[in-house]
Design a protein around this ligand. Structure first.
Ligand code: ZN
Length: 250
């Protein structure tokens, strides 16, 4: 299967070679690669490559996500590339390079969800990057929607077996432990506080990252058939000050 991907390294010292050597070692056939500086002081590495037949998409995402010092933010898999292999493999590899689609720089919701799925619970970077690429006027809503999908998915994955709990037990026994995977949490009845909220940590006053948390909590609770439509509001945001963000559920 042929794919193109983009990874961002956490520092400029982590370079192209650090990304491609583990891929070569893992048996990928590289077709093209490129490095450029990222706005965040690291490098962006673009790679087009082919995997061996035995690799599944999941293997691929795992391999890419486990490269040290990098985070995957874009991945496109060319599903119908498997034909054409075999005879004239050399020629088809060349064709593959020249006909490779132009790489998408942007991180859309689908890519963001793929990365979140692959890296969970280390999702703060992906959420922040998504926040940066979404246009201003729809940013809060986009982060809320993304959060809803992630929160709903986590409930389905981890808590949907067995008989569903009522709201207050869902909060204390399921939601709080789920949120603790990416932040210190304090909870009192229907009020949940993220201590050092990682989603608005680096911003001065912008708290659109917290809309992700609002969406996450709503999506999580909405997936529980015994709760369904709980509403959530961020009743206090610590962006730019304490970083303690408080969410109220009712
Ligand atoms: Zn906040």
């Amino acid at each position: 299967m042929k794919f193109s991907c983009s990874l961002e390294t956490s520092s400029e010292r982590i370079r192209l070679v650090n990304v491609i050597s583990p891929l070569i070692k893992a048996g990928y056939q590289l077709l093209s690669q490129k490095q450029e500086s990222s706005e965040n002081g690291g490098n962006i590495i673009h790679v087009v490559a082919k995997s061996r037949e035995s690799k599944t998409q999941e293997d691929l995402i795992n391999d890419l996500s486990s490269i040290e010092g990098c985070s995957l933010f874009q991945l496109e898999i060319d599903e119908d590339d498997s034909a054409g292999a075999g005879a004239g493999a050399g020629a088809s590899a060349v064709d593959a390079v020249s006909s490779a689609p132009p790489m998408k720089q942007s991180l859309d919701e689908k890519n963001a969800l793929t990365s979140i799925g692959a890296q969970y619970p280390d999702i703060v970077d992906v959420v922040r990057r998504y926040e940066n690429v979404v246009p201003n006027d729809i940013r809060d809503q986009a982060l809320y929607e993304l959060g809803r999908k992630v929160g709903g998915g986590i409930y389905q994955r981890d808590y949907s077996l067995g008989s569903p709990l009522k709201l207050s037990a869902t909060i204390s026994r399921e939601l709080v432990p789920a949120l603790k995977e990416f932040s210190k949490v304090k909870a009192k009845n229907d009020v949940i506080s993220l201590i050092k909220c990682p989603f608005c940590k680096l911003s001065d006053s912008n708290h659109s990252g917290c809309h992700f948390v609002v969406g996450y909590i709503e999506g999580f609770l909405a997936s529980n058939p015994a709760v369904k439509d709980a509403q959530v509001r961020e009743t206090s945001c610590g962006a730019g000050s304490t970083n303690i963000c408080e969410f109220t559920i009712w």
